[in-house]
Design a protein around this ligand. Structure first.
Ligand code: ATP
Ligand code: MG
Length: 578
């Protein structure tokens, strides 16, 4: 395709609020434009790359036996009410009314719609198993749309749903989707990890997230440095290192009871630690929360963070916001100085990190006071312990005991065993061989197609621009004519263009009347794998090649071009799309 007429509006500068590299580069290289917060148009180059990702997804989904279909974006509210999610999904679900006042939602996901189809169309075990998928636009009114395509309010998702007769059937469907995802992300050129994830309120058994490794990622992945263990921090468990040094000292001062100390305005762990000259791990945080309306105090070591998901599971609550200052007063305490000793009429639970702690500091439930020299076993003998903290640096793998390591990841895919949640609420059942009706067992499997595009760029760029993997690149070859007024250069360019196109390569021909410097800079910014420059040696039929990723640059004779391209792209990247 000729660049002269193609809409590739490259930019030198981008708005300051574009924080992520992929966002900046997609704007600069003219791949996308923002219409509104979290809502983007794909310009021709962006769309090409997106289509290449879709092709890979379709090939792998089809190979795994899944069937493509397409469902509507507009969903009548009755469906979401029937599944119970009209209320539960919250403000992320975009809601609207038609002219008659009938309520609708813009689909954030399609369990309700697909289950209804299966309920109506499948009644016998003979039609199962089946896996259905679509590539379709989703709407979520994200609290914080950000990072361009990484977190949009309108975005492209591949969502698949499996329907099985038995749990072991679901295991097979799940495994086959899992394997398809490994193939998809590998072919997209992503560095990724499949990690164990939290199954949330839906309560399925297995769920894995596929994480593209990138510093901009909003998720934290915990993985073992020795075995295969990898999990989202939401779910990760670790084993605590040996009791802290301070505790082990044999000369811990023995006090027969806690001692009250004046700690004026020392409400944070950091302030308190400096003021009392006590390390944070020797201080116990008391966090007051409201578990589905009931106050609970959670004890945690001062240097650890509370994990809300684990807490919800430990106490069986759906919602665990912080307790208000006014409600803390009602408990007979005061914000900033809460502590477990002497606190009445409220349930107290502790993270396992505080178990056996000696000589600890806790709040005294009195303004500007803490208690020192607390001995957990002695002063709070009836405490129940749970794992409700985020795994932290220094903890070890609970499988093999080796050190755990941390990385940031972008969730590009998610596979999930749903069980019968939707089939039960929406009435999708089948008759088995004996004519007995059973609910269908489901799994769901999502890929953020537009997020994958951004994640690929997030992992493949340098200061000059994008560096496309050959499998996704909008064009494989960038042909550049230095002086378009020069007839010899134009003739040779045309010849190479035709040869490569006929061989099935997708070629963008920069035939613009621009200064060579502008063309070279744009070529680096657009980042196709191979650049071929036709310049002053055209009369000798010599051209120049530059590989975008390695930066290596060399001359070739025109007749070598085709063989060279074949060997350069032998790992894939040839494409007949254009
Ligand atoms: P996140 O935790 O990032 O919000 P999610 O758990 O809500 O993701 P799912 O409901 O599992 O996501 O959706 C399936 C896939 O869709 C995700 O794995 C992700 O790749 C993609 N996705 C989800 N939300 C967005 C979004 N706002 N913008 C782009 N892609 C998204
Ligand atoms: Mg989300």
């Amino acid at each position: 395709m000729r660049q002269q007429r193609l809409l590739i509006p490259t930019l030198r500068d981008v708005p300051g609020d574009a924080e992520a590299a992929s966002h900046r580069l997609m704007l600069r290289a003219g791949l996308i434009r923002q219409l509104s917060s979290g809502i983007y148009s794909y310009l021709p180059l962006g769309l090409k790359a997106l289509q290449h990702i879709q092709t890979i997804i379709r090939e792998e989904m089809d190979a795994a036996g899944a069937q493509e279909m397409l469902m509507p974006a507009l969903h009548p509210s009755e469906l979401w009410k029937a599944s119970g999610r009209w209320d539960v999904y919250g403000p992320e679900l975009m809601r609207l009314e038609d002219r008659n006042g009938r309520e609708f939602a813009l689909g954030a996901t399609h369990e309700e719609v697909v289950t209804t189809i299966v309920k109506d169309e499948i009644h016998s075990y003979k039609k199962l198993p089946v896996t259905l998928y679509q590539i379709q636009t989703k709407y979520r009114d994200e609290r914080r749309p950000r990072f361009g395509l990484l977190r949009g309010r309108e975005f492209l998702m591949k969502d698949a749903y499996s329907f099985d007769r038995t749990g072991s059937g679901l295991d097979d469907s799940y495994k086959s989707m899992y394997n398809a995802y490994v193939n998809i992300f590998t072919r997209c050129g992503l560095q990724f990890r499949a990690v164990e994830a939290d199954s949330g309120a839906i309560g399925g058994t297995d769920t894995h997230e596929f994480m593209a490794l990138a510093d901009v990622g909003e998720d934290t992945i915990v993985h073992c440095t020795s075995c295969q263990y990898a999990a989202n921090i939401e779910k990760a468990v670790g084993t605590l290192p040996e009791q802290s040094e301070h505790n082990q000292k044999e000369n811990v001062l023995q006090h027969s009871q806690p001692v009250k100390v004046h700690t004026p305005q020392m409400t944070s762990i950091k302030q308190l630690s400096q003021f009392l000259q006590v390390p944070p791990h020797q201080i116990i945080k008391s966090i007051a929360i409201e578990a589905d309306g009931t106050p609970i105090v959670v004890l945690l070591r001062g240097d650890y963070e509370l994990n809300e998901i684990k807490l919800k599971q430990a106490i069986g609550a759906n919602d665990v916001p912080m307790l208000s200052e006014a409600d803390i007063l009602k408990l007979g305490s005061i914000a900033g100085f809460i502590g477990p000793i002497g606190l009445k009429n409220v349930r107290i639970i502790a993270d396992s990190s505080v178990k056996g702690m000696r000589d600890a500091v806790v709040g005294a439930n009195e303004l500007d006071y803490h208690l020192q020299h607390v001995e957990l076993e002695r002063d709070l003998p009836m405490m129940t312990y749970h794992d409700v903290r985020n795994v932290a640096q220094g903890e070890c793998c609970s499988n093999c005991g080796h050190e755990l390591s941390f990385a940031k990841g972008i969730e590009v895919g998610h596979v999930f065993k749903l069980g019968t949640k939707y089939s039960s609420s929406l009435g999708a059942s089948f008759n088995d061989e004996n004519g007995v009706s059973e609910p269908i067992i489901m799994g769901c499997y999502g890929i953020g197609v537009s997020r994958v595009l951004a994640a690929i760029i997030e992992q493949n760029y340098d200061e000059r621009g994008i560096i496309w993997p050959a499998s996704i690149t909008p064009f494989t070859v960038h042909l550049l004519t230095v002086h378009v007024q020069d007839e010899t250069q134009m003739k040779l360019s045309e010849e190479i263009y035709t040869t490569l196109k006929q061989a099935g390569y997708s070629v963008l021909w920069d035939d613009r009347e621009e200064r060579p410097g502008v063309k070279f800079n744009d070529a680096d910014l657009l980042g196709f794998p191979l650049r071929i420059t036709v310049g002053k040696k055209a009369s000798k039929r010599i051209i120049e090649c530059k590989e975008r990723r390695s930066g290596s640059q060399y001359e070739l004779s025109a007749k070598q071009i085709l063989t060279h391209c074949h060997s350069f792209f032998q790992t894939g990247g040839r494409s007949s799309h254009e």
